[in-house]
Design a protein around this ligand. Sequence first.
Ligand SMILES: [Zn+2]
Ligand SMILES: [Zn+2]
Length: 337
Amino acid sequence: MFHGPGDLRSEDLPVPEPAQGELVMHIDAALTCGTDVKTLRRGHPVMIPKVPTVFGHEFAGTVASVGPGVSGFREGDRVVAANSAPCAHCYSCRAGRPNLCEDLLFVNGAYGEFILLPPRLVARNVVPLAASLPAERAAFAEPLACALLATERVKIEAGQTVVVFGHGPLGCLLGMLAASRNARVVMVGKSGWRFDRLKNLGFARWLDATSTDNVAQAIRDVTNGRGAEVTVDATGRPEVWQQAVDAVGRGGSVLFFGGCATGTTISLDTRKTHYEELALFGAFHHTPETIRRAVETLTSGALVPDSLISHRMPLEEVGQALALMAKGEALKVSIRS
Ligand SMILES: [Zn+2]
Ligand SMILES: [Zn+2]
């Protein structure tokens, strides 16, 4: 239970009973996420509107019980649920942009034995799993769906250079997606154990941002002076957003994936932006469609995320797991109840 910034407690709660349209899931695997670390430090106005609340948002499991009126799911079905569901009625939903829904319903509670899923989530964002897909891999559906939504904003073609700034789990997922489309992926990060792990993920190149004072130039050096076709920020730091713009080539696309602190800005070279026809894209969250596509991608094995799990820990140790994340000593921790 999350009781507010810095206050995470282990508590015994009754197993939830599903009401009309609801479903109770047994959680077979949950994953830690940088968002949970940030929320634990300072709260989260959107994902956690009130406390105390159950906590954690990346999970997969088995249907434990279904409420009246639920069709399509039965006790014992293996499923993955997204951490939100759009309303389907607002302007953004009707415009086909449900990730921008003005009334996104968020669900938390991945760090527990059971979770109660509300009717809107059951109706729109619970996906059945093939027997061959382990729960731990299925739990990547949510972050992978965010990465899919982002990479679909831009055209990634075989042979293009895609530069990803940031080597956290999402930076890696974005890089792996680009690599699966036969792009030449350059990962930019800071030296250390997480950086060393990248070398096993099959990316074309890694660039240590700490060893150069001009990252954009270093990227031009490896692209015959042209700059990359696509650059992606997965750090959420304005100075890196700036580098992503500087490192993109003529006619290129920049994806702003990492959310920066409120009130921050970057500056744009108007000449370059206009005469070189830069395309700048924000990318936020996921849609029911990208959640389903993420499950397909994981099921087919087109992307195998296992190497992003650095630790496996029991539910009782979720506090320690998040502390490891906060210290930069874990990539993703798989939590089992
Ligand atoms: Zn997450
Ligand atoms: Zn909506």
